[in-house]
Design a protein around this ligand. Structure first.
Ligand code: ADP
Ligand code: MG
Length: 251
């Protein structure tokens, strides 16, 4: 297997009042090409901060993030643009990740036109992406507030895959959806993985949801990695009480 992403001893702290508190306290892990890795842990354990540091939405205090062998820690300018060609992020609230003044179709096309496609071919590709993600053509003309949460999340995934990224980070991307829609979105992600060899970081507080879809699990607590391993091993044989508690609370 080939390494796609390496997170090396990465730290981040935030001021709470006038006290500096560690959100992520020197963690290291890596993601192979084509791998789906879950990051699980209770609320406040630092999962989103890790995702935001990888995608440069939050600066890194210390440590390194390496993508395809290139140091992307606190990248700026052209380097940052090239990161977003390789990594896309999907959030819990898809509606707020779309420009409210653009239709879903226009938002997806914008990504493609920026990448150099003509409007005509961007339009065709956009309609095809919506179809792949289970949305009929007419959804291209709807505004973000005119669709359900599940439909908007499908459009967000269509936009994320439009530029053929190597990695998609999904931060609680299915947590706000009802169970049936959640299962459909997960099926879609797994189908894409099989067809394209894309990697995912699937951030979630629900171990039950990740157990069938992720190759590996990283368990976070208080900004640290509590344990890490092959999904079935961790679920069958958690090596600490915290992981056991996370498993027992949902299974
Ligand atoms: P999770 O995604 O696992 O729920 P987060 O990464 O969002 O956890 O948060 C980890 C810790 O960092 C929490 O204590 C949170 O309050 C704090 N934190 C996150 N972002 C900020 C911020 N921008 N400013 C201050 N504190 C933050
Ligand atoms: Mg979070």
């Amino acid at each position: 297997m080939e390494k796609l992403l390496e997170v090396k001893n990465v730290k981040k702290s935030f001021y709470r009042g006038n006290k500096l508190v560690d959100a992520v306290n020197g963690i290291s892990f890596s993601i192979e090409k084509g791998e789906c890795v879950a990051i699980v842990g209770e609320s406040g354990s630092g999962k989103s901060t890790v995702a935001r540091m990888i995608t440069n939405l939050t600066t890194v205090d210390s440590g390194k993030i390496i993508l395809d062998g290139i140091d992307i820690t606190n990248a700026k300018g052209k380097k940052l643009v090239s990161i977003y060609r390789k990594i896309q992020m999907v959030f819990q609230m898809p509606v707020s990740s779309f420009n409210p003044r653009l239709t879903l179709g226009e938002s997806i096309m914008e990504n493609l036109v920026n990448k150099g496609l003509t409007r005509e071919s961007a339009r065709n590709k956009m309609l095809n992406l919506l179809e792949i993600c289970g949305l009929k053509k007419e959804y291209s003309k709807r505004y973000p507030h005119q669709v359900s949460g599940g439909e908007c999340q499908r459009a967000a995934i269509a936009r994320a895959i439009s530029i053929n990224p190597e990695l998609i980070i999904l931060d609680e991307a299915t947590s706000a959806l009802d169970v049936t829609v959640q299962a459909q979105i997960v099926d879609l992600l797994m189908k894409l993985k099989k067809e394209t060899g894309i990697s995912y970081i699937f951030i979630c507080h629900d171990i039950a949801l990740v157990q069938n879809i992720c190759d590996r699990i990283i368990v976070m607590r208080n900004g640290e990695i509590e344990e890490e391993g092959i999904t079935s091993d961790v679920i069958k044989n958690p090596n600490n009480d915290y992981t056991k508690m996370l498993i027992d609370s949902v299974l």
